[in-house]
Design a protein around this ligand. Structure first.
Ligand code: NAP
Ligand code: ZN
Length: 361
């Protein structure tokens, strides 16, 4: 076992503090990775605060991981020390169920998530990317191109694939009118991908101050969603709307904007349900409300390769791990441009030692 330093929440209402724990030594099919950067996803906050229920503490969050391979097991093919790699929301699955066979491991009933999920090796719980190193089965490690800024690649491992996958699955492309709801971590990647796929992109935001950025990121139009007249101007005109909002809201505002046979896809997972959508809004135009969960490993690699070819990365603010609790507060105020990424070398900064001794574990 190897001693590893990270940051953990010890209970749902507690701040993250330094935490030391053990990771397994790499087995024959494992890749050991020194973590360089880890993105901060709103899902980290939902889980640290136990907003979805069932959180297990201590919890080391983090599933937008980019790092460098330090060691590989004897049976590992395709990775060697020094390679730039990524790890997203999953670290294992059963490999034999229909979902795994279809390269959709995220839907496997035995999918092991990167943190806050049972670890079959230790019998304990997985610890995530707010840490110095991680050991992951080779099948769940992604290749990261050296062409891209590694810090700005980290959010692709969750925010990127979570928006790329539904846009691809529902075949968003040239000539489609596509809405993206919320300009946060997921939303800003949704704008970039929908634009790259040739759609006419409309960004819906509650923050008028983000309008200029939205256009720079690829939106053709920006609608302030609290403005009734601006919303009415788009009635029954969208092919597809991707809703990334992390809080409950009235879905009828968006189903009303879909054309006949249009699709509203939910990827935001609020702690409380949305009010039920109006059935009349759906049946009279055969509209659909659907959901989507991250993406499989094969598609995640495809997305990373697409980003390398098209020079697409996340717009980020780099923080030190010691700033994580303040960063959470800013995410909750929709005040992030547009993803916080932790520089994991900050774990080694001496001010770590300034934390109260009892918290250093
Ligand atoms: P984020 O960075 O906080 O972005 C969410 C955005 O939603 C905010 O920036 C804000 O944009 C808008 N918003 C926030 N509160 C709102 C409210 N009360 N009403 C309307 N709009 C509001 O969060 P994220 O990391 O992108 O994650 C978004 C959600 O997706 C979270 O629930 C997360 O757990 C979930 N998620 C799901 C998956 C999946 O696989 N399905 C994967 C990752 C994350 P504006 O300022 O532009 O309004
Ligand atoms: Zn995430």
């Amino acid at each position: 076992m190897q001693k590893t330093i990270g940051y953990a929440a010890h209970q749902h209402n507690a701040p993250l503090v330094p935490f030391s724990f053990e990771r397994r030594n790499p087995g024959p099919t494992d890749v050991q990775i020194e973590i360089r950067y880890c993105g901060v996803c709103h899902s980290d906050i939902h889980q640290v605060r136990n907003e979805w229920g069932g959180s297990v503490f201590p919890m080391v969050p983090g599933h937008e991981i980019v790092g460098t391979v330090t060691q590989v097991g004897g049976k590992v093919k395709g990775f060697k020390p020094g390679d730039s790699v990524g790890v997203g929301c999953m670290v294992d699955s059963c490999r034999v169920c229909p979902d795994c066979q279809d390269n959709l491991e995220q839907f496997c009933n035995q999918a092991e998530f990167t943190y806050n999920s049972p670890d079959k090796h230790s019998g304990g719980t997985n610890y995530g990317g707010y840490s110095g190193q991680i050991v992951v089965n080779q099948d769940f490690v992604l290749h990261v191109s050296d062409k891209l800024n590694p810090a700005a690649v980290a959010p692709l491992l969750c925010a990127g694939i979570t928006t790329y996958s539904p846009l691809k699955h529902w075949k968003v492309g040239n000539g489609d009118k596509v809405g993206i709801v919320g300009l946060g971590g997921l939303g800003h990647m949704g704008v970039k991908f929908a634009h790259a796929f040739g759609a006419h992109v409309v960004l819906f935001t509650t923050s008028p101050g983000k309008a200029e950025d939205a256009k720079r990121l690829g939106a053709d139009e920006v609608v302030i969603s609290k403005n009734h007249d601006e919303m009415q101007a788009h009635l029954a005109s969208f092919d597809f709307i991707l809703d990334t909002v992390a809080a409950p809201h009235n879905l009828d505002d968006y189903t009303a904007l879909l054309k006949r046979d249009g699709t509203l896809c939910l990827v935001g997972v609020p702690s409380h349900p949305h009010p039920s959508p109006s059935v009349a809004n759906l049946v009279f135009k055969r509209r659909r409300v659907v959901g989507s969960l991250i993406g499989g490993i094969k598609e995640t690699q495809e997305m990373l390769d697409f980003c390398a070819e098209n020079a697409i990365t996340s717009d980020i603010e780099i923080i030190q791990i010691q700033q994580i609790n303040d960063a959470y507060e800013r995410v909750l105020k929709s005040d992030v441009k547009y993803r916080f990424v932790i520089d994991m070398t900050s774990l080694k900064l001496p001010n770590r030692l300034n934390q109260p001794k009892a918290l250093l574990n």
